[in-house]
Design a protein around this ligand. Structure first.
Ligand SMILES: C[S@@+](CC[C@H](N)C(=O)[O-])C[C@H]1O[C@@H](n2cnc3c(N)ncnc32)[C@H](O)[C@@H]1O
Length: 135
């Protein structure tokens, strides 16, 4: 589930999505989802993104919104308004849906990166690798 939770505007809906994911997975099935790394959204300008916090944005306020200008490899830009969820809320939603967290992956810089990624100095994404608890 790549970069989906940032477009779901309600934590109740995220919980429903995670519960439904657990329902359709077999026992011990793997559930991977990703998000923008909260570290990245707190920094105005990173290698890939420029963030603007919308009115009343707060790190601790689930559902706060931010605007991202994303630089693409051909140097063009796209703009999105996305929704911020704390790590606490996302991991809580996954636990209560019946998953346990096996690992978190924070993608690292690659060797000989393309020009648009030379300044990739912090993890801009975060990947959660969960397993359905056997039941
Ligand atoms: C940033 S895009 C990521 C798309 C795709 N997963 C990818 O990796 O290229 C966000 C996607 O989240 C999905 N999404 C967000 N909210 C949703 C909702 N309420 N119901 C179904 N899909 C939703 C849509 O597929 C939307 O295109």
């Amino acid at each position: 589930m790549n970069m989906v939770v940032l477009n779901i505007p309600s934590l109740i809906k995220i919980k429903k999505v995670f519960k439904e994911t657990a329902r359709v997975l077999k026992a011990k099935g793997q559930f991977i989802f990703s998000n923008l790394n909260p570290l990245c959204i707190m920094i105005k300008k990173t290698a890939c993104e420029t963030q603007t916090h919308l009115k009343d944005f707060s790190y601790f306020q689930d559902g706060s919104k931010y605007r991202s200008q994303v630089r693409l490899s051909d140097n063009s830009q796209m703009e999105f308004v996305d929704v911020h969820w704390t790590l606490e809320s996302l991991t809580g939603a996954a636990s209560s849906a019946g998953f346990y967290l096996k690992r978190i992956i924070e993608p690292r810089p690659i060797k000989n990166p393309p020009k648009c990624l030379v300044n990739y100095t912090i993890a801009e994404h975060i990947i959660f690798d969960y397993q359905k608890i056997n039941s």
